[in-house]
Write a protein that binds this ligand. Structure first.
Ligand SMILES: NC(=O)c1ccc[n+]([C@@H]2O[C@H](COP(=O)([O-])OP(=O)(O)OC[C@H]3O[C@@H](n4cnc5c(N)ncnc54)[C@H](O)[C@@H]3O)[C@@H](O)[C@H]2O)c1
Length: 247
């Protein structure tokens, strides 16, 4: 198996795309420290996946949680080979209606948390020549209405990903971005409240459907974390059914 005995931190790893990634990395032989604010989802995760998954209950906006997660990876599994910065919370509102707290939510859970985890993980990733996968969004790249706070944080994440890909390459650490489209419980709820927008998104997706977190998005994350992607860094991969093209 590609990721045999390798250890990964996955933020937001207990539900949605993060859960799909956690399951996939374990199915490929890896072990996962899943960090999530949702304690009940964390409990379900460890029940399902046993001792290959270690749950850290916490808020990724707290820098201490990043340090704790790296320490847990070392204590429980003996090392760290990769980091997946997947968690991100945000509110959708027209630009002029966004309040300071809305900007703070998106930047603290998305940008600042990514930054904190990258800082905390760097020294261990340098030892293992590990890899970082951060999360972008097609909504940010296309400038989807109502997504200003989210888009700004997502593009800031892509900015630091390109810079650290260059700065950390001499140490053998690769940094890439995945931009997904997947049917998570959150998206499912949105599809019921905004069926027209949901259908419009499906219609604009060449492959004609939302992706599955585990079978459509997670394999691309697993690829980037594996040695198959050893010559790839600073890139954004679209796991979105062909919705956006980057040239
Ligand atoms: N689902 C999509 O179609 C889509 C599209 C574009 C980008 N993305 C990105 O993919 C990633 C995952 O998306 P998703 O749809 O699975 O999200 P989600 O909201 O369904 O799940 C996010 C996970 O993060 C956890 N989380 C939220 N805030 C947290 C915090 N402060 N501390 C710790 N954990 C926290 C949640 O409990 C949940 O388990 C995000 O970065 C999102 O922006 C998703």
């Amino acid at each position: 198996m590609k990721l045999e005995n390798e250890t990964f931190i996955v933020t937001g790893g207990a539900s949605g795309i993060g859960l799909g990634i956690t399951r996939r990395l374990i199915s490929e032989g890896g072990r996962v420290v899943a960090v999530d604010i949702d304690a009940a989802a964390g409990e379900r995760l460890t029940e399902e996946l046993g001792d290959k998954a270690h749950f850290v209950h916490g808020d990724v906006t707290d820098a201490q949680i990043a340090t704790t997660s790296v320490a847990e990876a070392l204590n429980v599994f003996g090392g760290l080979n990769g980091l997946v910065n997947n968690a991100h919370a945000s509110r959708q509102k027209p630009f002029l209606e966004l309040e300071q707290s809305d900007w703070e939510l998106s930047f603290s859970t998305g940008f600042q948390a990514t930054l904190n985890f990258m800082r905390a993980a760097h020294d261990e990733l340098a030892k293992t020549k590990g890899s970082v996968v951060n999360f972008g969004s097609g909504a940010a790249m296309s400038g989807q209405v109502g997504q200003a706070a989210y888009a700004a944080a997502k593009e800031a994440i892509r900015g630091i990903s390109r810079v650290t890909a260059n700065e950390w390459a001499p140490e053998g650490i690769r940094v890439n971005v995945v931009s997904p489209l997947a049917l998570t419980p959150g998206v499912e709820a949105w599809s019921k409240s905004q069926p027209a927008q949901y259908e419009e998104t499906v219609a604009k997706t060449p492959l004609g459907r939302f992706g599955d977190p585990e079978t459509d998005v997670a394999p691309i994350v697993a690829f980037l974390l594996s040695s198959d992607a050893q010559y790839m860094t600073g890139q954004t991969l679209m796991a979105d059914g062909g919705t956006q093209k980057l040239y």
